[in-house]
Design a protein around this ligand. Structure first.
Ligand code: NAD
Length: 351
């Protein structure tokens, strides 16, 4: 089915409110998820609603928690999300970091104990909108691992995202990526659609390459992107996100319950701190144009920069609506029922 983003926001907001979530927090979480759909990341869009509802009903997700400052020392901030919606407490931690970077030039933020933060690019976009550069290292805990290290058959990590945002005079550059070959949610989406995943992304329980998205459920693993390099970056996300900013890493196996927790380490920098914002902007804008001017290689129309595919997807989906496969839609409606939505309320959104 194809659904308009406004109706989808209203439906998602209503489901979160049925869980007892305050209106503003329900709306903010819904907006973040729908924005992920608009930007083409269905893996981190409304398809996460069943996960969030389950987590809230089990008491893992604290639907009205706010971020709390634990430590504020010079340029360092430690903020605890209290297992609130990552979309709310992660945004609050980023707001505090931006404020500090504005006064000191740099903020080094530990944003810990967030329920799933969603699309990490959202926090980089928040920073670049205020003229800041930002770098984000994130680990994912609370679930057993799904991702193998390069050369390993056993699973040791999750999809640990890395993100970096740079403001420009035109479209910001937002590199936002899982360090696994593909995001776990993309395996879920492929499985729902009955489609194979790209070659090299998945391994079966014996460590053999496979394109079957169901391999994960049968004991297989997601591989890292970029072989040993992605594997190394994923480990650094685990250590900076989980050990430095957060409270635990994947090796704490007794904490692998049915909840998705993100710990995020963020550096937020005012471009004025080094050579000055003017020189930085000149080089960034010049480099952006220079990179785009490259002749396309065989099989490509043009060179894309980080953030371009998301902008193109958003323009198309704002105009044409957001496609949602039937299984994902059914799972979202069932989650609405579990959250306590009445059949009459549901019909208002789904007909
Ligand atoms: P992706 O592979 O689609 O894109 C990664 C990056 O590459 C993006 O910056 C994108 O703009 C850029 N890109 C994509 N195609 C390109 C092309 N053809 N040319 C040039 N640049 C291109 O993203 P992903 O790794 O599947 O991650 C999807 C989302 O999942 C991200 O928003 C990420 O933050 C999120 N995520 C979240 C968690 C979590 O626990 N919260 C975990 C993993 C991933």
């Amino acid at each position: 089915m194809i659904i308009d983003h406004v109706r989808l926001r209203q439906f998602a907001t209503a489901i979160f409110q049925c869980l007892g979530t305050e209106a503003e927090k329900a709306q903010e979480t819904a907006d973040h998820l729908v924005e992920a759909n608009l930007k083409g990341h269905d893996s981190h869009g409304v398809g996460m609603i069943p996960n969030y509802v389950g987590s809230a009903l089990r008491g893992g997700l604290k639907v009205n928690a706010n971020a709390e400052v634990i430590k504020d020392q010079g340029s360092v901030l430690l903020v605890d999300g209290g297992f609130g919606y990552g979309q709310v407490v992660g945004r609050q931690a980023t707001d505090l970091g931006i404020e500090k970077a504005r006064s000191l030039g740099l903020a080094c933020v530990g944003s810990r104990n967030n329920h799933h933060l969603g699309r990490i690019g959202a926090y980089a976009e928040q920073c670049v909108a205020e003229g800041m550069v930002s770098i984000h290292f994130v680990n994912v805990v609370g679930h057993p691992p799904f991702v193998s290290m390069w050369g390993g058959r056993d699973k040791r990590l999750q999809t640990n995202p890395f993100c970096c945002g740079v403001p420009t005079e035109s479209e910001p550059l937002i590199l936002d990526m899982a360090t696994s070959a593909i995001a776990l949610g993309k395996v879920r989406v492929a499985s729902m659609k009955g489609e194979p995943v790209p070659e090299g992304a998945l391994f079966d329980h014996q460590g053999r390459p496979t394109q079957d998205p169901n391999a994960i459920a049968e004991g297989g693993s997601l591989g890292p992107f970029g072989q040993h390099k992605g594997s190394g970056l994923a480990l650094m996300c685990e250590l900076l996100g989980g050990a430095l900013a957060g409270e635990w890493t994947m090796q704490d196996t007794d904490k692998q319950k049915e909840i998705t927790v993100n710990h995020m380490f963020m550096l937020i920098l005012d471009p004025n701190v080094f050579g000055g914002a003017r020189g930085f902007a000149r080089e960034v804008n010049g480099m952006q144009a220079y990179a785009r001017s490259a002749e396309p290689a065989q099989g490509f129309d043009h060179v894309l920069l980080p953030g371009d595919p998301e902008r193109a997807s958003k323009a198309a989906r704002l105009a044409d609506g957001i496609p949602i496969d039937p299984q994902s839609w059914q799972a979202i409606c069932q989650a609405g029922e579990k959250a306590g939505m009445t059949a009459a309320d549901m019909a208002g959104f789904t007909k």
